[in-house]
Design a protein around this ligand. Sequence first.
Ligand code: PHE
Length: 337
Amino acid sequence: MLVKVEELSKEVAGFNSSVAEEVEQFRIRLLGKKGEITALLKEFRNVPVEQKKEFGQKINILKNAALEKIEALKIKAEETSAANHGLDLSMPASPFELGGRHPLSVVRNEIISIFNRIGFAVSEGPEIEDDWHNFTALNFPEEHPARDMQDTFFIDPETALRTHTSSVQVRVMENSTPPIRTISPGRLFRNEAISARAHCIFHQVEGLYIDKDVSFSDLKQTLLYFAKEMFGEKTKIRLRPSYFPFTEPSAEVDVSCQLCNGKGCNVCKHTGFLEIMGCGMVDPNVLENAGIDSKVYSGFAFGMGIERITMLKYQVNDLRHFFENDLRFLKQFKTAY
Ligand code: PHE
């Protein structure tokens, strides 16, 4: 047997080939299931005890030499084959172009992160919504003209595509106890003609804060914090009285125009301000509808369109760009978010 080991050792040392197939054949002949080295290893059992040490060492050396040789020849074979095909494996790889997020996702993530930092969690809900969560619980009585404020796609008289993500907040209020701090980003649907400023599908982030003693000044301070984080430290906000069925009092929120710093320009129609969202103190009826005691708790809510914020932040002048997926437009928004 020692003779056989010796013979094979010489053969391994002398073997050379740069053809992958030949190397593989060689491996099978020596180390395959029925290979010659494999057979020697099996026979090791029958070697007399006093020879086991010597034989064991030799066969191990042989086996390792064979493995090393085969590995080295395989690499060489690959390189030769690549070279034969005109490839140079030492060349640096060509740069891999990564995709980017859609601008609406970039801005949605930024809004979420701004509110996360002051303790708001994210909640989501269904896009196909029942009348209760989209309207009735939010203090839109049946037949009330406020239902016409948002042109609705109805599926049947009781079911519609949600017209705002306030519906998600009703679900959160129904299923949890205050304090509640949540924002609900999502897609919504309104039966509107498509133009540079309107679309029938768009996105919102709505926010809700409910606790004991929540006041209008908490709302103002939260919105000022948001505006500064989103549009820059110098940003000012302005609140104008407004109406929503689910908040009382209600307001529209404007931010100082980024382009002219509030001095007045074409973009802000010389007012110095741009409207970004609606807000207000949650109407006690809404709290009661969702099972929250309005004598103990109060809260504020706000809602903004992600398209609108994105248009202001990046000076996009036509909302339809967001839905056309033209790469020349999308490529401008590659970011780390
Ligand atoms: N739900 C309102 C809308 O879609 C926005 C809003 C939310 C206003 C919360 C006030 C408070 O227009």
